[in-house]
Ligand binder design. Structure first.
Ligand code: ADP
Ligand code: MG
Length: 471
């Protein structure tokens, strides 16, 4: 250490971090640097210590230039900056030890204090079913979402340690559910936490109400308090639900005080959720609040290509760009456009996917007012009823006669391709089917379109009826 002794080093350290702050957004600083420290400062080198290899890699990729500039700005010397991960360092400020005065759920020890998980203990996620495709690997990272993505990764890497709670917000269709479910998949894969509960806020509210109605609130409470990691999707739905908010507040406190990870998604930041009680707002803000913003063109292009590849097709660059330039505000719609183009090619004997085909396939969506570009479930039901001669009640029933099943499958296929509804929502419209049944139906219809020319013709007719003769 060649500064003027320890005092010089201290000065360097604080100026160094001040210089970083000047160069990056405050939320990025707090995500990546608020818990970093300098373990070495010499005439030629600076070594920054961080808690995990994930944070190290992220800083190496994104912030090396900023670090070198910051070091130079302190005293004009050119130093080489290195980042090291010191695993197990307990440096996150949120990382307070579990409160021993709090009652623990039966048999529960906070995960950080657990030894290796016994072989017999299997990690599982209970609650709302997961979509297997919503993994970190399938998530495209860009400027618009890198902060919540990184936070979600850090949480999955060390639940209960990094950001607790983690609150991800952003407008509809931008990947909130994707990130929450990716955390679940990753935690399941690692098996570091066993009792995980992922639940839509709607299901949470319904469970609470049935708990009250059935006089069995204790079971409801136990279930939640016995959870090691809780993820609630669309927490903004707690707006105007005063009693559920109170119940939730206690569950939340219990879990966070016991060091268990809690993650939320919401369509708006905590302070903008209508009627959300102040004490919940401040709880939500006490961890990390990260926003997913609208993706830029490059990210949208990358997403289009990724979505096509997941479906076994490569889109040429011009086609990906064509789509990404036209669908800007909702990734679910972007994905819908990809499915539309692939579907159009399949229905036309595997016609190669080029600009002309994409333009034709997307004409009905792109030329219309965006509000009307996506068809409604009612329209789908109307067309399917007409084509197959079955009633809506039959489609939504459990009957499995061949015509009714086919009509139901086709309705699901059309809903998947022409609406923005999630698999779970589509299942709901079909009389309460789960997301796996919807996936199965969509695949079945796609297979049959490939193999059965008569069926393909029927689907083409239903589609053109649905899209006003434009398909
Ligand atoms: P939200 O919950 O914010 O309304 P979702 O998570 O349901 O949005 O995302 C809508 C669709 O967009 C999903 O199919 C999801 O896989 C996809 N999606 C969103 N963001 C990304 C991304 N960054 N990379 C890949 N797919 C994404
Ligand atoms: Mg969602």
């Amino acid at each position: 250490m060649t500064e003027a002794g320890a005092a010089g080093t201290d000065r360097f350290v604080s100026s160094f971090f001040d210089e970083i702050k000047k160069r990056i957004r405050p939320e990025h600083f707090s995500t990546w640097f608020s818990n970093a420290s300098l373990s070495e400062v010499t005439e030629t080198d600076v070594v920054l210590s961080v808690e995990s290899t994930f944070i190290r890699d992220w800083i190496n990729n994104k912030y090396m230039g900023v670090l070198e500039e910051s070091s130079h700005a302190v005293d004009g010397k050119h130093r080489k900056v290195r980042v090291t991960a010191v695993p197990g360092r307990n440096i996150f400020p949120q990382d307070t030890p579990p409160d021993p005065s709090l009652p623990s759920a039966p048999g529960f020890t906070p995960s950080r204090e657990e030894g290796p998980i016994p072989a017999a203990t299997r990690a599982r996620v209970v609650g709302t079913p997961l979509n297997p495709a919503l993994t970190f690997e399938n998530f495209v990272v860009g400027l618009s979402n890198h902060l919540p993505y990184a936070a979600a990764r850090a949480v999955a890497e060390k639940p209960g340690h990094a950001y607790n709670p983690l609150f991800i917000h952003g407008s509809v269709g931008l990947g909130k559910t994707h990130l929450l479910q990716a955390i679940c998949h990753e935690v399941l894969r690692k098996g570091s936490v066993t009792r995980i509960r992922y639940i839509s806020c709607e299901d949470f509210i319904n469970q609470f109400i049935s708990g009250i109605q059935g006089g069995d609130l204790e079971t409801f409470r136990d279930q939640y308090r016995n959870t090691e990691m809780l993820l609630i999707d669309d927490i903004h739905l707690l707006a105007h639900k005063e009693r559920t908010q109170d119940e939730f507040f206690h569950t939340f406190n219990h879990l966070v005080n016991a060091g268990r990870q809690v993650v939320f998604s919401s369509d708006s930041p905590p302070q903008e959720i209508p009627t959300l009680k102040e004490r919940l707002v401040s709880r939500f803000k006490s961890g990390l609040v990260g926003e997913i913003e609208l993706p830029d063109l490059e990210t949208r292009i990358a997403i289009v290509k990724r979505k096509a590849r997941i479906r076994g097709t490569e889109f040429p660059n011009d086609v990906a760009q064509f789509i990404a330039e036209r669908v800007k505000t909702n990734i679910r719609e972007l994905e819908g456009a990809v499915i539309e183009v692939i579907g159009y090619s399949t229905l036309n004997d595997g016609m190669p996917i080029d600009l002309e085909l994409a333009a034709r396939a997307l004409k009905p969506i792109l030329t219309e007012d965006p509000v009307h570009s996506v068809v409604s479930m009612q329209e789908i039901f109307r067309c399917v009823q007409k084509a197959f001669g079955v009633s809506l009640t039959e489609i939504q029933s459990k009957k499995r006669t061949q015509t009714i099943s086919t009509a139901r499958h086709v309705a699901m296929y059309l809903a998947r391709n022409h609406t923005c509804h999630s698999l779970q929502e589509i299942g709901g419209y079909m009389g309460g089917k789960d997301h796996a049944s919807v996936l199965y139906a969509v695949k079945k219809v796609e297979d049959r379109i490939r193999k059965d020319p008569r069926f393909k013709e029927i689907i083409q007719k239903v589609r053109s009826d649905l899209l006003g003769g434009a398909a």
